[in-house]
Ligand binder design. Structure first.
Ligand SMILES: Nc1ncnc2c1ncn2[C@@H]1O[C@H](COP(=O)(O)OP(=O)(O)OP(=O)(O)O)[C@@H](O)[C@H]1O
Ligand code: SF4
Ligand SMILES: [Mg+2]
Length: 358
């Protein structure tokens, strides 16, 4: 058994084969304009994502509220149907698998939800909740369901004697552990964790994140971790994808994203991450983004960030920047990226200072 500290991140991320491959993934929610009008409008919640997740890796999806993180997670777990694009899991195209063909795969792909209060049925005991997957999937357990559930409770750091208690008897952090135990029952390969700690007290967020990391090492799990805050997933991510209005604007290895963010949006998000070293706090310029995130019903043309970007030029409103590899394994969709020695665009026009910096 390895520990979180001894985890071989780099080797894992570079050498492993991909468990998940996502290409051109889209989810457009059609909206009706009125009772009689059949409008063609759609909320472009997710608008063309391309990424891979290697076995044993943690890829974090990060971005502000409404950028399409949960919609992406629900498509990966096939709780909702993609509008376009393709999802390959473990060598199989699962994009449009029927419910019956998806059923055996539901053991392999699980989701942890944000809210440990509403995701557990208050009328069921912990034993019934954590044991439900065995019954639903008709899985035989070697020493009976009760023993299997108690082993799972131990695994997530709960007292196995509390098998007969109800969710209300537990704290928020303990309830999230119950949810995690349920998720692990069928030994999944991929877990999509949708903001697994954002509903919890700050003081216990790190404990639950550390638990997820330890479990990953013990059980060979692959994670897609969803967060709106870069600081929460800093230490558990192998790679990070930053989303804005339904698109990935930057994706790369954890170290590159945190030390050399290139997309102005990532730079702004990073500027809000607390600096642990007090001697370096003064060196950080906080960038405050003005304006709201535009509506995904009618996103800005070309670069979707152009209405809030302090570096925006005409080209940003007419030509969509491709998600280009600007450093090894580090892709960025911007005409004027930050933290880069020289690109044709950057060399042509030096970047002005952030207008909203304080
Ligand atoms: N069923 C639906 N019908 C119409 N629009 C939807 C539906 N589900 C989500 N949306 C819209 O899609 C966009 C993306 O939503 P999503 O929940 O994926 O964002 P998110 O990044 O998870 O946000 P948050 O951080 O608030 O959880 C939002 O504008 C949302 O209102
Ligand atoms: S393409 Fe232009 S508007 Fe978009 S992030 Fe880059 S500089 Fe800003
Ligand atoms: Mg969400």
């Amino acid at each position: 058994m390895t520990t979180a500290q001894s985890r071989p991140r780099a080797a894992k991320a570079s050498g492993a084969t991909d468990l998940l491959t996502v290409s051109g993934l889209q989810k457009h929610f059609p909206v009706r304009r009125g009772l009689l009008q059949r409008g063609k409008d759609a909320v472009k919640a997710v608008d063309g994502l391309d990424f891979t997740v290697a076995r044993g890796e943690t890829l974090s999806l990060v971005g502000e509220s409404g950028c399409g993180k949960t919609t992406t997670g629900r498509m990966l777990t096939r709780l909702i149907e993609p509008s376009a694009g393709r999802i390959d899991f473990d060598g199989q195209d699962i994009t449009h698998l029927s419910n019956s063909r998806m059923r055996p795969l539901r053991r392999d792909i699980q989701m942890i939800f944000q809210d440990p209060y509403s995701s557990l049925n208050p009328r069921h005991t912990v034993g019934a909740i954590v044991g439900a997957p065995f019954r639903l999937q008709k899985v035989q357990t070697e020493h009976g369901v009760k023993r299997a559930v108690q082993d799972l409770l131990k695994l997530v750091g709960l007292n196995p004697e509390h098998y007969n208690r109800y969710p209300y008897e537990f704290s928020g952090g303990q309830r999230q552990r119950i949810g995690i135990a349920r998720t692990l029952a069928l030994r999944p390969k991929l877990i999509v964790a949708d903001e697994p700690v954002s509903a919890l007290d700050v003081s216990i967020q790190a404990q639950v994140i550390n638990l997820l990391e330890d479990l990953q090492n013990e059980l060979d799990l692959t994670y897609v971790m969803i967060a709106h805050d870069l600081s929460i997933v800093r230490h558990v991510s192998d790679r990070v994808a930053v989303m804005y209005l339904g698109k990935i604007v930057e994706i790369g290895e954890q170290a590159g994203i945190y030390t050399q963010p290139m997309h102005p949006y990532t730079v702004a998000l990073m500027s809000a991450v607390p600096v642990p070293d007090p001697t370096k706090r003064g060196q950080r310029t906080r960038i405050r983004l003005t304006g709201d995130v535009p509506s995904p019903l009618n996103p800005p043309p070309a670069c979707r960030f152009n209405t809030r970007c302090w570096k925006a030029k005409d080209i940003c409103r007419t030509e969509e920047p491709p998600l280009a590899e600007l450093a090894p394994g580090h892709r960025v969709a911007c005409h004027f990226p930050e933290n880069i020695a020289s690109t044709p665009a950057a060399a042509a026009e030096p970047a002005p200072a952030p207008a909203e910096a304080k």
